[in-house]
Design a binder for this molecule. Structure first.
Ligand code: MRU
Length: 345
């Protein structure tokens, strides 16, 4: 169920403004680095792989009008753009992975004329987007092999077509299973505080003709206890070298509940979400977000003024709760310290 989440059109980045969904399907056109960074920060474009693609195009926007005539000056502007984009959201490693690729591309081409370097950067960003489409399909195919006809899947946040240039991660597996003729139904966690599940996952699944039932986050345990969940499928913002997984806040709770109820818990993510430089989930930086996301509901204040708020966007699920990590190269099983290393760079 591909949705054109992010596109490169006439030297602009065209994205679906995900903050407006599901009520309105609105596109925005980012012509400059500042607008694109704001779109990332405010979650107009979101989800790990999409952040990588957006970051790559951000580098293109930040350098395409450069008037530098030599590589050292161009490099200074490039590094400024990379630093600026790096400061947008800290957890999803895909963003940093893509920025590194863009830097390497410029360095590889440093002996070319500046217009050629700019062209190479644009081609690299387009390449990152194309690769994302392919690996999305590969993950979906591998993951769908685990699903049985009649499976009831619980998912959290939104890990669908809106987080990639194509099929999605966790939801991609479901789309593929459907295409293979399996009847799969979905429980979608609403995903407080920003409701990516209620707003985005249900929107996507309904369009794709997948039966979906929306639940509040605190209903997942009850459903599992009643035997109504066969598998949990989630995405990841970053997987550490030991298999610990950073994903949307609430994922850890689900993983513990799944283990208690003997339900397989799968993480679906591309290899670009795996960070072998970080040996443990404890070292993954967790984004803290504005307190208004919790003190307000639908722009209406629901909590007393002056109350203290704790609002981390992500949590860490220790590797021992993860049944398998579905990547484009295959399904990894514990011990992750070994199986992740075998994937190579
Ligand atoms: O804050 P968000 O909406 O960007 O968080 C997104 C998630 O937590 C997704 O589950 C994650 O990026 C994996 S989807 C590939």
């Amino acid at each position: 169920m591909p949705i054109a989440t992010i596109e490169w059109q006439n030297r602009k980045v065209k994205i679906i403004d995900q903050t407006k969904l599901p009520l309105r399907l609105v596109h925005i056109y980012c012509e400059d680095l500042r607008t694109l960074r704001e779109a990332i920060f405010s979650l107009k474009v979101r989800g790990a792989p999409a952040l990588g693609i957006a970051g790559a195009f951000g580098v293109v926007l930040g350098t395409q009008n450069s008037s530098a005539t030599d590589f050292p000056s161009f490099r200074r502007e490039l590094e400024e753009a990379i630093d600026y984009l790096s400061s947008s959201r800290p957890t999803a490693v895909d963003l940093f992975w893509a920025l590194k690729r863009m830097r390497n591309c410029a360095e590889k081409n440093k002996h070319q004329e500046i217009p050629q370097i700019k062209k190479a950067l644009q081609e690299e960003a387009l390449q990152i987007m194309e690769e994302d489409k392919t690996r999305s399909r590969q993950m979906a195919k591998k993951g769908a092999s685990l699903l049985k006809n009649g499976d009831r899947i619980l998912t959290h946040c939104n890990a669908g077509a809106l987080v990639t240039a194509d099929y999605g991660t966790a939801l991609g597996v479901i789309y593929r299973a459907k295409e293979e003729g399996k009847k799969v139904t979905v429980w979608a966690d609403e995903t407080r505080p920003l409701l990516q599940g209620a707003r985005l996952t249900t929107w996507e699944l309904l369009q794709a003709g997948v039966e979906v039932t929306l639940i509040c986050d605190n209903m997942a345990g009850d459903l599992m206890q009643r035997g109504k969940v066969d598998k949990v499928l989630v995405g990841a913002d970053r997987v550490a070298g030991n298999g610990d997984v950073a994903n949307k806040i609430g994922t850890y709770t689900l993983a513990v509940l799944a283990k208690e109820n003997e339900i397989p818990f799968y993480v679906v993510c591309p290899i670009s979400s795996i960070d072998l430089e970080i040996p443990s989930g404890k070292m993954i930086p967790i984004e803290q977000r504005n307190s208004q996301e919790i003190t307000e509901f639908g722009r209406k204040r629901v909590a007393p003024r002056g109350v203290k708020v704790y609002n981390p966007a992500f949590d860490i699920t220790p590797a021992r709760y993860v049944t398998g990590i579905i990547t484009e190269k295959g399904i990894l099983r514990p011990p992750y310290k070994e199986t992740l290393k075998e994937l190579g760079p």
